[in-house]
Each structure stands twice: as C-alpha cells, then as structure tokens.
Write a protein that binds this ligand. Structure first.
Ligand code: MSP
Length: 517
C-alpha cells in the first residue's frame, strides 16, 4: 500500500468554520477518500492554529482567556467537520504538548544548523494578518488585506535566514516541476522567490501565547513558524522516525491561495534548513467569492454565521456550512463544494447555484435514475434485481468513466471526476428512455436493461462515494448490495458485471426531492 499523507491548513480559532474553510476541508476529504478507494495507506489530517496575537485579541474581545477561547472554538471545528462527514485520521491543536515538543525540536535543529540569528526588527504590523508590511504595501496607510490600521512594532527578534535559501529554492523548483500546482501558482511562488528573499523575524516578545523558544526564555515563536510544523508533528517527527520516514515523502498539502508564500517559500526553506526534504506536493486552490450578494430568502433559510449581517453585503465568512447542511443535506453540500468551482481557480458561491445544481444533478439525474430503476424492478421483476447485460453499451462507458475519473482525481480535479461520473448517470437515464422497460413485457429484454441500469448505480455509488459517502451507502442498500461502497477497492469495484442478479431491490422516498428555486 503506497502511503498518501494529505493535509489541510490548520484553521485559526479567531473565527467559526465558514464555507471557505469547509471548501478546503471537503475537497481534501474527498481526495483522501478517493485514495482509500485506491487502496493507498492514507493519513489525512486537519486541525486548528491556536497561537498568536490574533487569538489573544479575539479572546479579550469575548471577555475570556486564550485557553478557554481556543478550547471553545477548536471544538466548533471538530463538530463542524464531524457533521460534514470529514474522515480525518488526526485533528491537531497547536496548543497540545505533542506539538510544542516538535516545534522546539525542529527549530532548535535549525538554530543549531546556524540558520537562526538574533536581530532587531522594526516594522508595520497587522494583527489580523499576523504579518509585517512595508509602507509601500499599505493602502491609505492601512493593511491591504483587512483595511485595518497597522501598528509600528520594534522587537528584538530571532530571524530565520531565509535569504540563504534563495538559490536552493530556485534549484528545487527547477528539479521538481510538480512541487507546486497548478502551474500559475507555481509561477507566482517562483516569481516571489526571484524578487529576492529577506530574512524573516520568527519570534515575539510582546505576548506569551505561543511556543517558548527553547534557547531563550523571553521569546515565543511567531505563530506561522509554529503552525507549519504541525505537518510534521502528526506523523511522528522526532518521536517515531520510522513512521516519519515513510509518510513525509508522501506529503501533499492542500491550501488556499492566501497562504501561498508561507507554504511555497518559507516552508520548503525551513525544511531545508532543518535537514529534511520539502513536502512532495503543494496544491493551491483559489477563493470562493460571493460577488456582493445580499441576503435573500434562501440565505435567511440557510442561516448565517455572526450577528448583524442582514444590513450589509455578505462575505463568504458569514455563511455557515452547518446551516447549509441543515438546509440542503450534508451530501448535496459536499457535492456542490466539489463540483461547482474547479480547484485551482476562483469561483462564485451562491445559494441559487446550490439549488440549480441540486435540481439538475441530484434530483433530476441521480435521484431520478435510482427511483425509476427501483420502481420498474418492482413492477416488472417482482423487486428482484436482474444481472447486468455483459454486452450493454454502458459497460464500455463505465470503464471509460473510471479511467477519466481516476485521471481527474490524480490532478486534483474533483469537479471533472464528478462531471464524467454524472455523464454515465445521464447515459443510463437516456438508455432507459430509449428502451422504455416500463412498457415492455417481463422477460430477458427487460432484465438486461434493468440489470445494466442497476450495475451503473452500483458503480456510480463507488465513484461518487468520495463526494457523497452517505448517499453511496443508501444507493447500495436500495439496489440490494451488501457491504459498504466506501470500503470498496478500485479498479476491481468498477469492473462491469459485479452486480449480483437476484438481489432484493428496495423502493424508497426520493433521495433528493426537487427544490423550488
Ligand atoms: N492558520 C492559517 C493556516 C496555517 S497552515 C500551517 C490560516 N488559517 S485560516 O483559518 O485563515 O484559513 C485559511 C484557509 O481557509 C485558506 O487557505 C483556505 O484554505 C480557506 N479559506 C478561507 N477563505 C476562503 C475562501 N473564501 N475560499 C476558499 N477557501 C478559503 O490561514
């Protein structure tokens, strides 16, 4: 079993989970589930990033301590991901002792290797970004990202000698063409490196809410320098060398474009400085945007995060994935997050968009195929599913779809994997419309058509399981399959002909009742 280690960013606990963070998490989850279907030894982690000035500020604003605040908000992420059926193997909190130990060990190693030095830093700092800006980067004297005033900070800091890695990074990118994907993001990272790298300040003395610097008590590590190391903590850096050695070479990071610099420039340099390889791959996705949508009836029904948002335009961070799951169902929400916006580019998120896709893909296509087939199996075959036709034209299509879906998942294109899978569903529906088994007399011809449609449903359930794990189980149950499609193994599970004739088929309520816009 080849190892496959997949990570999401660890999310700040100054905010509740929102549709943006759910987008990353659901996409990573689907990919992890796909690799499990392939039989890979998958380790999938997510977690929360709990140190830094921003968290102290959020705790103060809510009249509580950083510890209480992080406990409370981290639990909201655990709960949200559970509800969205995220199959993470680990959930790391950066305030855990296991993480502190690894951060100290890793950064001590870099210090011992001579890449960390003491210096004085003066700069303009945005607390919301946890980052410094030069005066030229400010807009009207304010943070270009948050529009908030910046503070002038002077600190005696330890600096990471990032500048020493400029050429090594350029060489590494040249030798590893797929290190950062898609190529537009790779070019962005390389462009940044080529403009020249300055040393970065990596410790703070202005607050204590962080991991203490082991060689100098008065300092804590800057939040980003502690956060990135989480990727090492969960696979046993410093505690389980064998496990670390087997997993680290198979590390894939999925991140949003906002944190490209930290992951694609700082992080590989830190790895080099500590004497380990950079991760195998970093995939950078774009942003879900809301294009200034106002509250509509659907939005109110779906619910929003935060208070007082009704008076202004909505932002993605206002929208709760849990409220959306209540409104549309967990699997339809997951499907939408995977299908609508291709990973890698920016795209529009809208409530109308969910409804439209729900009706076309789920109610009219997949749901319709299942209810038609199960109904006709009852009227023409006494509820017993016939075996598939080995010569059905759908058999060739199914194997083409498996190949195309596999290829799409391999290049981080869940939307395409689902698109081709849904084409197969559409073709099975078209085949039923062409042959009209409901008008035929019971017999071998009806059996062949219905058996093949059942086989399509069996295969589709497996191929769609990474996106809609519960729906896949329900489809299998209704067509009379035993076992769990989430535990199936590809490619065997998608080979035409495995649907066993003679299974009891269950008629049920529509899986996806049509929705009004
Ligand atoms: N704590 C850091 C990450 C440290 S990783 C070592 C952080 N946290 S965050 O809570 O701000 O999460 C940022 C991530 O959330 C983005 O990289 C992206 O994955 C996701 N998204 C936040 N808003 C988003 C959108 N509007 N659209 C898509 N993804 C979004 O940065």
């Amino acid at each position: 079993m080849p190892p496959y280690y997949l990570t999401t960013p660890i999310y700040y606990v100054n905010d509740a989970p929102h549709v943006g963070t759910a987008y990353t998490t659901v996409n990573a989850d689907a990919l992890a589930r796909w690799h499990r279907l392939l039989g890979d030894d998958v380790y999938f982690m997510t977690g929360t990033d709990e140190h830094g000035a921003k968290i102290v500020e959020a705790a103060e604003a809510h009249g509580t301590s950083p510890q209480e605040w992080t406990d409370r908000t981290s639990a909201r992420f655990v709960e949200a991901w559970k509800r969205l059926n995220i199959s993470n193997d680990d959930f790391i909190r950066t305030t855990e002792p296991r993480h502190h130990a690894v951060v100290q060990q890793f950064l001590q190693q870099i210090y011992d290797n001579g890449f960390i030095e003491l210096g004085t830093y003066t700069g303009l700092y945005c607390v919301a970004c946890e980052d410094y800006y030069t005066p030229e980067q400010l807009i009207d004297g304010k943070c270009p990202v948050h529009g908030r005033p910046v503070i002038e900070m002077q600190e005696e800091n330890y600096f990471f000698r990032l500048s020493a890695f400029e050429q090594q990074l350029i060489d590494y990118y040249a030798g590893h063409p797929e290190f950062v994907r898609p190529v537009s993001k790779r070019n962005e990272a390389l462009g940044f490196i080529r403009t020249g790298l300055k040393d970065v300040s990596i410790t703070r003395t202005s607050f204590r809410w962080g991991v203490p610097v082991p060689w100098d008590d008065g300092h804590v590590f800057y939040v980003w320098y502690d956060a990135l190391i989480n990727y090492l903590t969960v696979i046993g850096y410093g505690t389980d060398p064998e496990r670390f050695a087997s997993m680290w070479g198979a590390a894939h990071h999925l991140i949003g474009k906002d944190i490209l610099k930290f992951h694609c420039v700082w992080w590989p340099a830190m790895c080099m400085a500590a004497g380990i390889d950079p991760p195998a791959e970093i995939f950078v996705h774009g942003y879900l945007l809301m294009g200034g949508q106002k509250l509509s009836k659907t939005v109110i029904a779906a619910g929003v995060v935060g208070e007082g948002v009704d008076a202004r335009e909505l932002n993605i961070t206002d929208v709760s994935p849990l409220a959306l799951a209540d409104e549309f169902g967990v699997d339809p929400l997951r499907y939408h997050l995977l299908r609508e916006v291709p990973l890698g580019g920016d795209g529009e998120f809208s409530f109308e968009g969910i409804v439209t896709r729900y009706n076309s893909d789920l109610a009219n296509n997949l749901g319709n195929l299942l209810s038609r087939v199960t109904t006709v199996v009852h009227s023409k075959c006494a509820g017993i599913g016939p075996a598939p036709d080995p010569d059905s034209p759908l058999a060739t299509r199914a194997s083409e779809v498996l190949a195309a879906a596999s290829e799409a998942w391999a290049r981080w294109a869940p939307h395409e994997a689902l698109e081709v899978t849904w084409r197969l569903i559409g073709e099975a529906n078209a085949e039923l419309e062409a042959t009209e088994p409901w008008k035929m007399d019971p017999g071998p011809a009806v059996d062949a058509v219905l058996g093949s449609a059942l086989e399509v449903l069996r295969i589709v359930a497996v191929l769609a399981a990474p996106a809609m794990p519960e729906t896949a189980v329900e489809i299998w149950r209704r067509i009379g399959m035993e076992g769990d499609p989430n535990a199936a193994r590809l490619p065997q599970a998608a080979v035409w002909g495995a649907y066993p004739g003679g299974a009891t088929v269950i008629k049920g309520d529509p899986l996806f009742p049509r929705r009004k816009a």
